[in-house]
Design a protein around this ligand. Sequence first.
Ligand code: SAM
Ligand code: SF4
Ligand code: SF4
Length: 399
Amino acid sequence: MLPAVDGVVESARGTSSGTRWYRRTTRSRIGAVPHRDDPGSQGYDERLMTATLEPRAHGTARPRDLLGRPVHDLRISVTDRCNFRCTYCMPKEVFGRDYAFLPHDQILTFEEIERVARAFVEIGVEKLRITGGEPLVRRNLPALIAMLAALRKADGEALDLTLTTNGSALRALARPLADAGLTRVTVSLDSLDDAVFGAMNGIDFPVARVLDGIYAALEAGLDPVKVNMVVRRGVNEASVLPMAGWARDTGVTLRFIEYMDVGHSNGWRLEEVVPAAELAATVGAAWPIEPIGAAYRGEVAERWRYADGVGEIGIISSVTRPFCGDCTRARISAEGMLYTCLFAVRGHDVRGQVRGDPSDEALRAFLTSIWERRDDRYSELRSRATNDLPKIEMFAMGG
Ligand code: SAM
Ligand code: SF4
Ligand code: SF4
């Protein structure tokens, strides 16, 4: 029997009588306006849009949710732990030495992750992103990458397999990950200024070591290498142009992320969000930019290319220009809970399904049923009321 589907939207509907902060907008598609285990590895180095069922070679069907969105991306969190304490994600005042992270026997094994990923691929997922917490602290991660890299889409093609990391361990792991079949990587870096970055990552981790990780990724042939920068008003706005200039010089794609109201611990305030339009204007004033369309439906970042041909930037505007209408992402937490929205208040127990029933067919049916009941669109409904919902922390769900 399926668990109750209590997505955030249902909850938000019940409580969102408050003022809308932003008019709902619809993103244009591709147009002028940019649219937008082995047991040892469990440790750490720490419908009713009566689904349109497209037949697939695997013999299954690609489910669509209640808003007609197919499942395309799966984000897999391999750990809830992290060596950083970013102020906007895991502030050290909350996530101190005594914080109880998941015990090892509660996180999915590599075999379980591979089984869930395979089931998702069989119902239509084409892109896998490994995340966390900090994914590089999961022991033997290249072994998992090799298992996932062996998966094939219905047409026999390889999947888009990527990873998001804080970069702190990339110098050591970029090559093994690339050799295992990882093709590209996204590294998070919020400033080139040590004082600013050290304060934001919460542990005074030096910029130079993340840069070295990025260079290691480039040397290992990971392509593209993207860099995520969360921009927080009054904290690292002054780092926007230096970061853009560095990215242009280095040949990496920089993506600015609007500071989001994920979880409860970061004390998020709307005033701290630097809107996408302002970010584009700031960069564009230094180096003229022009919009380019999304590479595929559901792409998260609005893309802009430099008019002089030197690369592009992305802006992830989940607060000021919500893109729920094209959201095709599912998330599996390290403990095997399935979340159909980054802002969901409750997940679905995939680990219980996987450990309780060996049938792959039953697993596919379970995942399909959940997806077909999905109607999440939190960012479009965002209001003062939704801010108080009991949301799951991003590091726990998998960002
Ligand atoms: N530890 C890895 C990292 O930092 O890249 C992967 C997990 S982290 C949760 C994934 C992404 O979410 C990072 O790029 C991080 O900057 C971003 N992120 C975390 N909290 C955020 C927030 N409140 N608003 C916007 N982005 C956030
Ligand atoms: Fe760790 Fe990433 Fe969260 Fe920073 S954003 S605390 S690196 S999980
Ligand atoms: Fe997708 Fe939820 Fe974000 Fe909307 S708020 S884009 S539904 S994850």
